[in-house]
Design a protein. Structure first.
Length: 149
């Protein structure tokens, strides 16, 4: 299960204006198949905070643990951008709190029933039991990963 233990894996809140995380945009796309001819590259800056964070006061970074969301592109040790201001809908990848533990799953709502679906067939889905409290804590809006070195 992709579980996220709080507060140790809660990386931080963007509760005040953060300095821009500037990177250079070379203005070109990169072919992932066949090579393409080189282009004249003109660099401009990209602010990652502006690109990835819509609601700074409600956005948190959390680190994923486990492989239950791998088919959704979320892997162990990815940094998840979680927005608590986004209203969760069926099909969203969410952070939920179940019995005090954070979990990352896909929210499915049908006929008034909730299911938290794993994105890996080797992991069970979570269907809340009668009387069990499940809080949808936030919606995952992006995942940041580092490539193996």
């Amino acid at each position: 299960m992709n579980s996220i233990q709080a507060p140790a894996d809660l990386i931080g809140a963007l509760d005040r204006p953060a300095p821009p995380a500037w990177l250079f945009d070379l203005g070109a796309s990169v072919q992932a198949g066949f090579p393409s001819p080189a282009q004249d590259l003109g660099a401009k800056r990209i602010d990652l905070t502006a690109e990835l964070v819509r609601h700074p006061q409600a956005t948190f970074l959390m680190r994923a643990r486990g492989d239950s969301m791998r088919d959704a592109g979320i892997f162990d040790n990815d940094v998840l951008i979680v927005d608590r201001a986004v209203e969760p809908h069926s099909g969203h990848v969410v952070i939920a709190v179940i019995e005090g533990d954070f979990v990352c799953k896909t929210l499915l709502l049908r006929a008034g029933r909730m299911k938290l679906k794993a994105a890996n067939p080797g992991f069970p889905d979570i269907v809340p039991r009668e009387g069990q409290t499940v809080e949808i804590w936030g919606v995952v809006t992006a995942a940041i990963k580092q490539m193996p070195r």
